[in-house]
Design a protein around this ligand. Sequence first.
Ligand SMILES: [Zn+2]
Ligand SMILES: [Zn+2]
Length: 155
Amino acid sequence: MEKTKIWDARKTRLCIDIVRTIRKFSTCCKLKVGALLITEEFNIVSFGYNGTPKGTFNCHDVKTIEQHYSWDEIHAEVNCMGKASNQEHATVLLVTNKPCIACTQSIIANKDRLKISEVWYLEEFEDTRYENNQEILFKSVDIKFRKIGDKNGRD
Ligand SMILES: [Zn+2]
Ligand SMILES: [Zn+2]
C-alpha cells in the first residue's frame, strides 16, 4: 500500500468545505451525509451523498424522523464509490460522518479497486449493529481511519 502524502492545512480545509457542501444535496429527513474521494495529488475522483435510488421517492417527502431507518437510503460512501473509476494511486475517502458498518464493509470491498489508503470523518455516527467496531475492521486491512477537525466536528 502506498503512503498517502500529508496535505497541508489549506488543502484539508478545502476538502472539508467541499464535503460539507456536498452533504447539503441530501434529501434525507434525518441525517445529511456527504462523501468525497480524493487522490493524494489532491484531485477529486468522485463525490456522493445519501439518498434513495433515482426515480423513487425522496426521503424527506415521505418520511418523518420517527419512521426513519438507516437502510432507507443508499449511503453517501456507497454512492461516491459507485461512481468512481478504478484508481492507480492512493486515495483518501472523506466522509462527514463516521461510516456505518455496512459502508465500512463496502469501503473494504472497494479498497483495492479505488486504492483507498485512508478514511477520514468529521462527526460521530453511532452504529450499534457491530458494537461500533469500524476501527478494528479498517485496521485489519491496513486502512488508516481517523476523525479530523475538533471533537464537535468543527475545525
Ligand atoms: Zn432519510
Ligand atoms: Zn453507511
